[in-house]
Design a protein around this ligand. Structure first.
Ligand SMILES: [Zn+2]
Length: 182
């Protein structure tokens, strides 16, 4: 496995409509393995192939599986989702507002409206058809990652974008302080 470099919007691959996955061969398996390793080392919950400069319609997602996440996401916490050639067969009318970041746009976040619930269909890493319902944060992650496959970034649809300043980073520091041995 290899940790792949994550490209930023100055690279035109990020803005292209990605190609359909047609071969689930050894090369594709290596790409998925590399994407999993890349996501493990990055501060994110999802990664689309165009972000590692591969113009293919596939993304991976994995929500954290700490205790709080398990309560929040239930059985979806910590599960690795791989969707090749994804499409939304159903999207809820109700939209929810949330704050998103993107590994390709480090240092920035934005407020984005997403469908609260989606039904997504696609293929797993071996080409087997899969279909599932997702809501809340997972539905948001799927929509963000699927957008990447069409060359769309959250900054295109965000109501506002900003760079979190040091003050907003303080809770993390406080958490670290709590963990300090007495
Ligand atoms: Zn992204």
């Amino acid at each position: 496995m290899a940790n792949l470099p994550i490209i930023q919007p100055d690279n035109p691959i990020l803005r292209k409509r990605a190609h359909k996955v047609t071969s689930f061969d050894a090369k594709f398996q290596k790409l998925i393995d590399d994407m999993v390793e890349t996501l493990e080392k990055a501060p994110g919950v999802g990664l689309a192939a165009p972000q590692v400069a591969v113009s293919l319609r596939v993304f991976i997602a994995r929500l954290p599986d700490d205790e709080q996440s398990k309560q929040e996401y239930g059985e979806n916490a910590g599960v690795l989702f791989v969707f090749a050639n994804p499409e939304f067969v159903k999207t809820s009318k109700s939209m929810v507002e949330g704050v998103e970041g993107c590994l390709s746009i480090p240092g920035w976040v934005g407020t984005v409206d997403r469908h609260e619930e989606v039904v997504i269909r696609g293929q797993d890493r071996h080409g087997k058809p899969i279909k599932m319902k997702a809501k809340g944060w997972l539905a948001r992650v799927f929509q963000h990652e699927a957008d990447h496959l069409d060359g769309r970034l959250y900054i295109d649809i965000a109501k506002d974008v900003w760079q979190p300043d040091d003050e907003e980073d303080q809770p993390a520091d406080e958490m670290n302080a709590e963990k300090r041995p007495e």
